[in-house]
Write a protein that binds this ligand. Structure first.
Ligand SMILES: [Zn+2]
Length: 151
């Protein structure tokens, strides 16, 4: 990844650590999920304890490593399969996650930049490690990683 690296915040670092503990390992798609969840909470102004009206719909290919995104979202938003606040839909290639703040009628759709998905696939086939790719994804700018649509 030739991106200009930005420094990662200690808040993001600790969320990633928590997500990796929950998920069982660290990887780039887990980090994508964590960054999506924390970005959506920031944009929609969702603070801890106010997430009861927050809902997430994730559309992505339901196979690893893509599905690792799901655990990143669950760890960073407290919207889970178990509490019925996270819905998962299979997608052939695209990764799109919709976040809704129901009481305020506000929403956000975050697409993962297809170039990044392709680059990760290429790097995996060249033998790059999960940890190495996770570090890179943690530090590339949001504007390169995601396309954000506000609703
Ligand atoms: Zn994983």
């Amino acid at each position: 990844m030739k991106a200009i690296k930005s420094k990662i915040s200690s808040e993001l670092a600790s969320l990633i650590k928590k997500a990796a503990g929950f998920h069982g390992h660290l990887g780039p798609f887990l980090v994508i999920g964590v960054r999506m969840g924390s970005l959506a909470k920031k944009i929609l102004n969702v603070n801890a304890g106010e997430s009861n009206k927050f809902r997430v719909t994730a559309r992505l290919p339901l196979l690893t490593p893509f599905s690792c995104i799901i655990d990143g979202i669950q760890a960073s938003t407290q919207c889970t399969v178990g509490n019925q606040k996270l819905r998962i839909e299979n997608s052939q290639a695209k990764i799109i996650v919709c976040f809704e703040q129901q009481n305020l009628d506000k929403g956000l759709r975050i697409h993962v930049n297809p170039k990044i998905i392709k680059e990760l696939k290429d790097r995996y086939s060249e033998g790059a490690s999960n940890e190495e790719l996770a570090r890179e994804i943690a530090s590339i700018p949001e504007s390169q990683l995601f396309v954000i649509e506000k609703q």
